[in-house]
Design a protein around this ligand. Structure first.
Ligand SMILES: C[S@@+](CC[C@H](N)C(=O)[O-])C[C@H]1O[C@@H](n2cnc3c(N)ncnc32)[C@H](O)[C@@H]1O
Length: 306
């Protein structure tokens, strides 16, 4: 997966500096590859290391929920002609699994980063490069089911209701909208964990770290959504969770290592000190039984809307 992109990356990765000329799809900062939308603040890179982290995160979440989705749509997914949209699809981990489980359904993934394979992919999968914050490039009432997971670093605090309206617009009447989010601020934390997780203040960046607790009310306020269901869960790190906690801690280590360019600046510490603290955090996450709240909210679009 992504071999063409890896080759392109190897050829065009410059020495530490910003380079926006080489490829209009990407920009390169200190040897890492990022999306190339100037106005978008989403801080994580999109290179092979981040793709690997996203795949790992997908498997963690599937294990935690013991499923890939919650909406009551299995029968619809088995019907020919069903259309599904995955918003902020990232590496496409969710979409590839879903597409292989439901071959009659056509899946579309949207993301600002065109990191998904363009040729070697299932026939029932398409990817579109688009900025969700500018509206989705689809007609009203297009999709039977829309899934969106972990966009808390992407959607400004005040834009969530607008985005939920936009997702509802492209959903067919009777279709389901499902959002999964996490509280990035963990509970039962050690002292170094506290420091690292409070770096890069999301509120100051105009984001909403507590969106996970607000989704339900935003859904309920959207007049074309009904039967709103909220399911709560935890992403745990503690030793009692065995390999799950270990894998979650490793995924968090990777996330912090990929966010290092902006977090290190915020903490005003050396690169070495950042790495030392990250090692301590990974230990603390296990020792203190740290966990994150995660939440899945889904609802049906009313039959008589738009
Ligand atoms: C944390 S990743 C989640 C990926 C995927 N949903 C998953 O759960 O595996 C967030 C994704 O949102 C994408 N993204 C960020 N801002 C976006 C925007 N304005 N429009 C579309 N996609 C965006 C990023 O490129 C990234 O792939």
């Amino acid at each position: 997966m992504g071999n063409n992109l890896s080759n392109k990356l190897k050829k065009s990765t410059p020495s530490p500096s910003i380079n926006m000329q080489e490829d209009p799809d990407f920009r390169f900062i200190n040897g890492r590859r990022y999306h190339n939308f100037e106005s978008i603040k989403y801080p994580l890179p999109n290179d092979d290391d981040e793709v690997d982290r996203l795949h790992q995160q997908h498997f963690l979440l599937r294990y935690v929920w013991q499923r890939n989705f919650a909406s009551p749509i299995k029968h619809v997914l088995n019907q020919k002609g069903t259309k599904v949209l995955d918003v902020g699809c990232g590496a496409g981990s969710w979409i590839f699994e879903m597409a292989s489980n439901y071959p009659n359904t056509q899946f579309t993934g949207v993301d600002i980063s065109p990191i998904q394979p363009t040729e070697i992919k299932p026939r029932n999968v398409d990817f579109v490069k688009a900025n969700l914050l500018n509206g989705l490039p689809f007609e009203d009432n297009t999709f039977d089911y829309i899934f969106q997971r972990f966009l808390f670093l992407a959607i400004p605090k005040d834009s969530w209701p607008v985005i939920i309206n936009e997702l509802t617009r492209v959903l067919k009447p009777g279709g389901y909208l499902e959002l999964v989010e996490i509280n990035p601020t963990p509970f039962q934390t050690g002292p170094v964990t506290d420091q690292l997780f409070s770096a890069g203040d999301l509120r100051q960046r105009g984001l909403d770290p507590e969106i996970v607790y607000k989704l339900r009310s935003y859904f309920e306020k959207q007049e074309n959504l009904e039967n709103v269901i909220e399911e709560k869960n935890k992403l745990p790190y503690g030793p009692e969770t065995g390999k799950l906690g270990q894998a979650a801690a490793e995924n968090t280590r990777l996330g912090f290592s990929h966010a290092k360019p902006f977090l290190q600046k915020d903490l005003n510490i050396s690169s070495e000190e950042y790495d030392n603290r990250l090692d301590i955090v990974v230990k603390e996450l296990r020792e203190f039984g740290t966990y994150h709240d995660i939440c899945c909210v889904y609802a049906r679009k009313t039959q008589f809307s738009y």
